[in-house]
Design a protein around this ligand. Structure first.
Ligand SMILES: Nc1ncnc2c1ncn2[C@@H]1O[C@H](COP(=O)(O)OP(=O)(O)OP(=O)(O)O)[C@@H](O)[C@H]1O
Ligand SMILES: [Mg+2]
Length: 647
């Protein structure tokens, strides 16, 4: 597992920040114009001391009040122009930079959605959240402010020094000498601050994870009275973060102290030297005034370098953290047509259109050399959505290729210890077209893992899986996932209406009613707004059994060609279970299904049963056959001990 708390390579901040270019490119004209305007405004400010010099050496020493008024008017105009130009700069960058942030966030979200489940197993969600929020704001702030002002300040300081040297080069040198130690100091600061910034941003991620877990797991925490230990864990993480932030503040304070003190000393020295020169008559009073006010005008550009560098460091770290996620390779070359997201990732409202919505939609074509599995009825109405009509396939001669086939499939989790044996090996299984196969096995035997291989939530590490003869590895993901519908052990509902949650599985309003009937989810109609009722985060406002029934409805609503159910009835009472089973039987007749079963009643839904044991399919047969011939199966089904408990 890569350490997500440390930069993988020691890249320079500038190199990291340069990676932002593709995002900045579309707004480059505005950004460059804004920077140019800011440089102009800042240099206008530098004209003020020159006007002062003219006033002091001209009208003031000549006693000409008219000239002073004119000088004052010029000063006022310069000030107003400077303010207007800075205002214009802000207006120019605000909107495009919000767009840059939005584009980066959209890319991150899209990438996170498309990354394989194994990535999400490794990455704490808080780390992703903080990268998508805090870090991206830091990047936007950097583009809006430090990026421009580091340039503006550099140009201003340069122009300022040229003016200073041209006024009086000896005094100018007095001011320039301290720049050398300042540059060295800044580079030392950069290295140390960059490490601290990285640590702080990672700690924000960890803290976000903890807060998220505590909120989602609030029932467990309360139920076990763990709020104190949870608060302690939070307190210690928050303290660590505070320590890092204080460390950052100390570094910045030290830099700022030196950055402000050294120029002050230099200006003081120049003042003494200049006064002596004016007294000697070697320098005009106006020149000294102009010199000192230029030096003072340069104070802000110099002073601000400290926090501009700090903000740039943070933005560099944020960019690095952003690209750490974006650089995670996507599973396989995506065969998805552009614009269609793979999988069922997005929230209901945002999901791409279901390719099979509407009765006239063509059935998805499987690629490869597979025979066309089944013809469509002329109306195309009554058949299951998917590649073939399973109702008719019952009457067709059995085809070796039809259905789901596992060919020598092996699997090991990417993060499993390298010396451990594969979790699944030599899995050979054929679920014939239209057949329902139950998977039975002890807890932790790999049933969930096996089912997750079919929609390619994980990639099999050996062998291949075919659907109606077509290798799923070569199938576009969206096509595969339109063919295969799933319901998992832990039913997740999104913050959306009940109807939207169920229709994530495809289908239309008519299908919705049918699916709710199949899943015996009639309770939905009693909810305050029926299917329009919003269910809370993860459907917390519904009971476990209710959620499970909605998840089941979601799996069957699109009349999938292949159905994968991971113990879909575990949370139901016996009566509801019996009713769901009765209704489910009709659905199972129409599709090819793989159903993980823990209890005999669920097994009864299946035509045949496969026993998973020791990472292999130990036996396949009907329930009765296995009961008679296989002791382990008989034991698992006997209810001896708690169901599913490890022996
Ligand atoms: N994401 C993962 N990374 C690494 N190992 C995992 C992961 N998920 C599960 N495992 C391990 O794989 C094994 C099989 O898990 P799986 O969830 O497939 O079991 P199961 O048969 O479905 O169990 P149950 O009957 O309890 O649902 C377990 O030992 C588990 O610890
Ligand atoms: Mg399981």
């Amino acid at each position: 597992m890569p350490d997500i708390h440390a930069p993988t390579k020691n890249q320079s901040t500038v190199r990291t920040l340069l990676r932002l270019w593709p995002y900045v490119r579309p707004v480059r004209t505005r950004l460059f114009s804004a920077a140019f305007i800011a440089v102009l405004a800042s240099c206008l400010g530098l004209l003020i001391p020159l006007v002062l010099k003219w006033i002091v050496d001209g009208p003031v020493s000549d006693g000409d009040p008219g000239g002073v008024w004119l000088g004052a008017l010029v000063l006022l105009l310069l000030g107003v122009a400077e303010a207007l130009l800075f205002g214009l700069r802000r207006w120019l960058v605000a909107r495009p930079l919000a767009g840059v942030e939005a584009a980066m966030r959209a890319d991150l979200y899209r990438h996170v959605q498309r990354l394989p489940v194994s990535f999400h197993d490794r990455w704490p969600s808080g780390q992703l959240l903080s990268r998508g929020t805090t870090d991206l704001s830091l990047v936007r702030m950097f583009l809006a402010f430090p990026l421009t002002f580091l340039l503006v300040n550099a140009v201003t300081i340069l122009v300022g020094f040229v003016i200073l040297l041209s006024q009086e080069w000896t005094l100018g040198l007095v001011l320039i000498v301290p720049v050398v130690p300042l540059v060295g100091l800044c580079s030392l600061f950069e290295t140390r601050y960059s490490l601290a910034a990285r640590r702080a941003q990672d700690q924000v991620g960890d803290l976000t994870t903890l807060v998220e877990e505590s909120v989602l797991g609030v029932r467990i925490i309360k139920g076990f009275g763990r709020h104190r230990s949870q608060a302690r864990a939070f307190g210690s993480l928050a303290r660590e973060l505070r320590g890092t932030e204080l460390h950052k503040a100390r570094l910045l304070a030290a830099l700022w102290g030196v950055i402000t003190a050294i120029p002050e000393l230099a200006i003081g020295a120049a003042l003494v030297l200049g006064t002596v020169r004016v007294a000697d008559g070697g320098l005009s009073a106006g020149t000294l005034v102009a010199f000192l006010s230029t030096a003072l005008a340069l104070r802000w550009p110099v002073d601000s370098i400290g926090f501009l560098l700090a903000m740039s460091q943070e933005a560099g770290t944020a960019t690095e953290r952003f690209f750490e996620v974006l650089d995670e390779p996507l599973p396989a070359p995506s065969l998805n047509p552009p614009g269609v997201g793979g999988g069922k990732g997005g929230l209901p409202g945002a999901t791409p259109p279901d390719p099979h919505a509407g009765p006239a939609a063509p059935a998805p074509r499987l690629r490869g050399s597979a025979p066309d599995p089944a013809p469509q009825t002329p109306e195309g109405l009554e058949m299951p959505r998917g590649a073939g009509n399973c109702a008719t396939s019952h009457t067709q001669p059995a085809d070796e290729n039809l259905g789901i086939r596992f060919h020598h499939v092996a699997f090991r989790y990417p993060d499993a210890p390298s010396d451990s044996p594969p979790l699944l090996s030599e899995i050979d299984l054929h679920i014939r077209s239209g057949e329902t196969m139950a998977i039975v096995g002890g807890t932790g035997s790999g049933k969930t893992t096996l089912t997750a291989l079919v929609p390619r939530l994980y990639e099999a590490t050996g062998g291949r899986i075919t659907l109606d003869g077509v290798d799923i590895a070569g199938m576009p993901r969206d096509e595969l996932r339109a063919l295969v519908a799933v319901a998992f052990e832990e039913p997740t509902l999104f913050s959306a209406s009940v109807g939207e949650n169920v229709l994530m599985g495809g289908g239309d309003t008519d299908d919705l009613d049918r699916a709710l009937d199949v899943a015996q989810a009639g309770f939905v109609r009693e909810l305050p707004h029926g299917v329009e009722t919003q269910v809370g985060e993860q459907g917390l406002s519904l009971s476990g059994g209710q959620r499970q029934r909605l998840a089941l409805a979601r799996a069957v609503v699109g009349r999938p060609r292949f159905l994968v159910l991971d113990d879909p009835l575990s949370a139901l009472d016996v009566h509801t279970e019996a009713r769901v089973e009765a209704a489910l039987r009709d659905v199972l007749r129409e599709t090819t299904a793989l159903v993980v079963a823990h209890r005999p009643s669920t097994v009864m839904l299946a035509d045949r049963v496969a026993l998973l044991s020791g990472g292999r399919i130990a036996a396949v047969g009907t329930h009765q056959e296995l009961l008679r011939s296989n002791a382990e199966y008989a034991w698992l089904m006997s209810g001896a001990g708690d169901e599913g408990e490890e022996r």
